[in-house]
Structure formats: C-alpha cells, structure tokens
Design a protein around this ligand. Structure first.
Ligand code: PMP
Length: 362
C-alpha cells in the first residue's frame, strides 16, 4: 500500500541526491575511499589555527573573501577579477552549472565521470548528454563537436584517473567557442598539466581547482575557479543572488596560509606521486589491471575476483576503498593513494586474501 501524497508534497522539488563516500566513525581505519590527502595541512595552517582570534567570529566574514582571492591570484600570476572562490569545488561547480549552463541545448560530459555532474544537471533542470568514454576509458574529443549548451569534464578524469593533454583541451575549445567549457582540475596537481595558461586565449574556458586534495584541506571546504573576468563576474552575480557569505572567516584565513606554502605543497604532492607509482607496481604483481592514473587514486579491476568481494573483504580489514554501483564500472575499485605504510598494509591484506582464495581453488 503506497503512502498517500500530501498536497504540499506536490510542490517539493524532486531530486536524486549525490551519494558522498562513507566517512567511517571508527578511528583505526585506513581510509582510501574519498581521495583525501594522507598528510596534514601545511605547518603555517596549524600555527594560524592555534592563534586564531575567536572573538572575530562575531562579525560576518568578508563577502568577497579578498584575502584568499588575492593569495590565489598572486600564486598563479592572475588578477583578482580572474578568481572566484567557493565552499569546496563542489560549491564552485554547482554555481558554475547554475550560471553557465542556462540553455535549452544539452550540456555534454562523459558517461563515466564525477557523479555529481548529472545530479546538478537534474537539480537545475539542465538537459545533458553523456558521450561514452572509449574502451580504455579515455575521452574522445570528437564526441564534443556537436551542438551543445556547454561542456564539462575533469582532467584527470574521475574515477578513472586518465588525463588528457593541453592540445586535447584546446581542440575541444576550438570546436566549442559559443559555450562555456569547464575543466574540473580537482586532481591536476598530481602530475597533469593545468589548462590555466589557456584562459588568456579562450575567454569561454573556466578552470576549477580545490584545496581538498593536494593541499590537504578537504575539511575546510575551499574551491576556486579561474577564468576571464566576464566569467568570474557572472559567477559572482549568481553567488550574490544566492548567498553572499559562502566563505567563512577561518577558511579564508587558513586558506591563505595553505596557498602561500609552495614548498610543503610540492613536497607532499611529490610523495603521493611516488607512492602512486609504487602502488601501481604492487597492484600489477597481484594481477590487477588499471589505466595510467595521474591522480591521487587508482582505478583497478581484477580478472578473477569481483570488485564487490574485494571491497567487502577490505572493509572487514578496516580498509575503506570506493566501489561504484554503476553499469560500466561495477567491477572496478577506486583506491586513494595513502602513505607508503598504508599502501603496504593494503597489499599485505590483499596478498593474504588472494593466497587463501588460490589455495581453495587448487
Ligand atoms: N571534482 C571532482 C572530479 C572530484 O572528484 C571532487 C571530489 N569529490 C570534487 C570536484 C569536489 O571536491 P571538493 O568539493 O572537496 O573541492
């Protein structure tokens, strides 16, 4: 028997929400399921956190978040009117969907990609099409040549980790000069070339990045977009039409400290890249298959064992990885790169499990 719908419920906006990765309450887990950074934030962030003037919190924060916008602009050699900041890149991307994809034509993004894109499109009633990645999970530039209301893809892509070269992005831009093209660079700092240099040449290109991954600040929620002044102004208009104080005072202050420490950032990203290459070798030894990820995660599959059984086994060992229950990728696991020690623990567990399985089938 269905529950009767109340009259007022007919006015509720129906949405299928995004499912974020699990945040386990246990403290002794190896958490490799949401692409966080295993290292702490820059030392200057900790110092500033400890000496924060709590009494200042009675005031509203700077709605323009000028200190943070200025620090990001000077880090990248941009002017302040080329930078927009938000509450994680999710907020920036959501705002960008609302701002730039206001067309009756479908926007385009890959069939396998960040699973928030279709959620925002549905929420804002934006039509969309999802061209298929090729068999190796690579984006095909020609799929983006058709008429559309905008284009978005991550580089490197998520959850595959596959990256495209700048020439590919330029090719997509050349074929899409009448719409906004967004490159979501959440994972760019782990070895992919940023499309940022192209913003001077292509006024319809928006590059979105985040402090959540390479700057170890997922908990603070800081994301940013860089592009032509007109794009940034349009984003600000929509932001001020919705919520003028998106950035809280501690995030603005600590975000400045984080971006100022280039040396620490370079050190931890280099360490993660080195551990990623070690992780590839170990997965290969155990018979896993995967593409050439340039992100802080690998997207792996095994010819003999299902992703689901490996996922469940690892969870039992308090090792959390990510499994997506969607058609083309249900036999894959996305494994975040942790510290070298964490990855060694993963492989010790996997070796034990695989040898016990093989003994049983002998
Ligand atoms: N883009 C991609 C491709 C992601 O995987 C994520 C992380 N879930 C984000 C954007 C959003 O990250 P954040 O809001 O923490 O900046």
């Amino acid at each position: 028997m269905g529950i009767k719908m109340r009259a007022w419920e007919k006015n509720i906006r129906q949405v299928v929400p995004y499912t974020p990765g699990e945040q386990p309450k246990l403290s002794d887990v190896i958490k490799l399921n949401t692409n966080e950074n295993p290292y702490p934030p820059a030392p200057a962030v900790e110092e500033a956190w400890k000496s924060m003037d709590i009494s200042a919190l009675r005031l509203y924060p700077d709605p323009k978040a000028e200190a943070l916008v200025g620090a990001i602009a000077s880090y990248y050699g941009l002017s302040e009117d080329q930078v927009f900041v938000g509450v994680g890149s999710d907020d920036v991307l959501g705002m960008a969907f609302l701002t730039f994809f206001h067309s009756d034509k479908p926007i385009l993004f890959p069939d396998i990609t960040y699973s928030f894109y279709d959620v925002w499109a549905d929420l804002f009633r934006i039509p969309y099409e999802t061209p298929e990645l090729d068999q190796n999970f690579c984006i095909r530039a020609r799929d983006y040549d058709k008429e559309n209301g905008g284009v978005i893809f991550p580089n490197p892509n998520a959850p595959t980790g596959e990256a495209v070269e700048l020439s590919f992005i330029e090719d997509v831009l050349l074929h899409n000069q009448d719409v906004v093209v967004i490159v979501d660079e959440a994972y760019v700092d782990f070895g992919t070339q940023s499309a940022l240099p192209l913003i001077e040449k292509y006024e319809n290109l928006l590059v979105v990045q985040t402090f959540s991954k390479s700057r170890s600040l997922a908990g603070l929620r800081i994301g940013y977009a860089m592009g032509n002044q007109r794009l940034i102004q349009a984003l600000n208009h929509v932001k001020y039409a919705y919520n003028s104080y998106t950035m809280n005072m501690p995030s603005i202050m600590l975000g400045v400290k984080a971006i100022e420490d280039r040396e620490y950032f370079e050190d931890i990203t280099a360490r993660i890249i080195a551990t990623r290459e070690y992780t590839k070798e170990e997965f290969r030894k155990l018979g896993f298959a995967f593409g050439d990820s340039r992100a802080n995660f690998l997207f792996v599959t095994h010819p003999k064992y299902t992703a689901e059984e490996i996922f469940e086994y690892l969870k039992g060992e308090k090792i959390y990885v990510r499994h997506f229950n969607s058609k083309r990728i249900k036999n894959y696991l996305r494994v975040t790169i942790g510290t070298r020690e964490q990855m060694e623990a993963v492989f010790a567990a996997l070796r034990t499990w695989i040898s016990s399985k093989e003994m049983r089938t002998d």
